[in-house]
Design a protein around this ligand. Sequence first.
Ligand code: NDP
Length: 340
Amino acid sequence: ELVLVTGGSGFIGAHCIVQLLEAGYRVRTTLRSLSREAEVRAMLKADGVQSDVQLSFVVADLLKDAGWAEAVAGCDFVLHVASPFPASVPKHEDDLIKPAREGSLRVLRAARDAGVKRMVLTSSFAAVGYGVPVTSQPFTEESWTNPDAPEVAAYYKSKTLAERAAWDFIAREGGALELSVVNPVGVFGPALGADVSTSIEIIKRLMDGAMPGLPRITFSIVDVRDVAQLHLLAMTDPAAKGERFLAVAGKSIPLQEVAQILKTRLGEAAARVPTRLLPDWLLRVFALLDRSVALVVPELGKVRQVSNDKARRVLGWAPRSNEEAIVASAQSLMVLGLLK
Ligand code: NDP
């Protein structure tokens, strides 16, 4: 069987390709430019996966129609993983919303027209738990981000609007195409290449001593290998049709505990990881100067819990621990020579 993975150059996309090839699927992947084909093949090879025969590449951009019909032709399944995930705040929110929403619709339309059986969309917890009250109750798949709430940043909006558009498309004009959605929290675990995702960038900054101290934030974590596995389960399990699944390892964890895990598990290599908490007022001052720090301010002191009960119960998913995901990220950065 043939599977299209959009965005094979990305962190999650590459791990999906690894697991599909290991499971015996043929895989096609999209890139914005074929100039990155060698780099993607090298990433897979370094992870012990031969891709010469079973993996092919096509050029397609989420902002353009060209290439999508060719990308999905003959595919049984599509994993639509690609979407912009920048570390900084965009000039215009449409810089994120357009590729996310219109890109998803382009891939859906092409998949329906080509007779693809099922598409799995990589959405996010960004589409689940923001712009709504935070209580001690864990968030579940029933919850949706309110994209109109003033504190909801462009990236969160982009993921919410893209997922909503995908479900609307399936309901109105999806034909025989089935949709499943995976909503990961912060994704950690081993990076495969040098172009690290925004989530891994946090571990890199901690390890490099690039942060003067730790903001008082708490977040949820999942290992990229478990996210990829959940995509494969959502692709093949009949029970996943029409369902969204939160991908989360367990309880949310304060950044200070992440720092402590790195110190305890990696010793000398984590000597530069800060342990001191930054006072909230200092972050509010930094936020005036740097718009990406401003994203952190509404999160200070907030604790969101997220349930993985549905993926466990319906799909038999059993994720790795927070600790394993965090340590694997740091170790991969060390092996790839990406730390200062
Ligand atoms: P990466 O930045 O590593 O990957 C993003 C991928 O999207 C890249 O392959 C990138 O291609 C591609 N892409 C971006 N814009 C376009 C475009 N206009 N046209 C075609 N391709 C494009 O991030 P991740 O792997 O971490 O993220 C993958 C998905 O997972 C995203 O949908 C993200 O929202 C979601 N996600 C990630 C989480 C995380 O913590 N990492 C958490 C929850 C969801 P190129 O290499 O050419 O830039």
